[in-house]
Design a protein around this ligand. Structure first.
Ligand code: ATP
Length: 237
């Protein structure tokens, strides 16, 4: 069953100084699959994404895309390998326009053609309307859209999303959910970290639950939906 994983995290260990944040995490994502990574505060979800993206060093283990290791590579090299992370506050150039943020998104790898730009604008009409506006002046929800649009400009093989709905007004949470579903329907491959468990389990195909830096539970989201209360209680979700 696991042979068809196109993206793999293999027995990854990460430490902050002497403290272990991840103690042997393995997971996989198939092509066109949406997988959600759940877990209480401090369970290691963001650490895992940042390690995959090359922002943090790992002490042991490996990360592979289509069998090729990206272990220890710099963030730009990870993007070039097709793995892009969306995290609202790190990705954007606050003083640059929406349009320039999108075009620069394609600089490391991708397509900055007018066609690619129009593709993103078609998905996010709000960004098109605000193409000349500085990123810093966008609302939280619009910044999240811009961060996703920027990631799409890199023509990613897999998109890592770090809590895309966090801190957003309900209207934008619905909008982000709609966008996630659209990306899924397009056949995009995604690994989604989300505090909003209902949103996550209604979009994802499979889930992993982290606790204290270890995967404690995994399965299909049907299982998650059927056992929501018990799993949420057990893992403090
Ligand atoms: P949250 O849902 O609250 O964002 P998380 O599951 O993403 O939590 P991480 O942020 O990955 O969890 O944190 C995992 C563990 O590593 C926590 O115990 C946290 O305190 C610790 N940690 C995270 N960043 C650092 C750091 N820069 N230095 C030291 N310890 C850290």
């Amino acid at each position: 069953e696991t042979n068809d994983f196109f993206f793999r995290v293999e027995d990854v260990h990460v430490h902050y100084g002497k403290a272990a944040a991840l103690s042997g995490v393995s997971l996989g994502v198939r092509r066109s699959e949406v997988v959600t990574l759940l877990g209480a505060n401090g369970s290691g979800k963001t650490t895992l994404l940042n390690t995959v993206s090359g922002f943090l060093p790992l002490t042991a283990g490996d990360v592979r895309i289509e069998g090729r290791s990206i272990r220890g590579q710099a963030p730009h090299a990870v993007v070039r390998a097709g793995v892009v992370q969306v995290s609202q506050y790190r990705d954007l150039f606050p003083q640059l326009s929406v349009r320039d943020n999108l075009v620069l998104g394609a600089a490391v790898r991708g397509d900055d053609s007018d066609e690619a730009l129009e593709g993103v604008y078609a998905k996010f009409p709000r960004l098109k309307e605000r193409h000349a506006q500085k990123a810093i002046t966008l609302s939280g929800g619009e910044q999240q859209m811009l961060a996703i649009g920027r990631a799409l400009m890199t023509r990613p093989e897999i998109i890592l999303l770090d809590e895309p709905s966090a801190g957003l007004a309900p209207m934008f949470v619905d909008e982000i959910a709609r966008i996630m579903r659209e990306l899924k329907d397009e056949g995009r491959t995604m690994l989604l970290v989300e505090q909003n468990m209902r949103l996550a389990m209604n979009i994802a195909d499979r889930f992993y639950i982290l606790r204290d830096g270890v995967v404690r539970e995994e399965g299909h989201c049907d299982h998650l939906r059927a056992n929501f209360d018990a799993l949420a209680r057990e893992h403090y979700l």
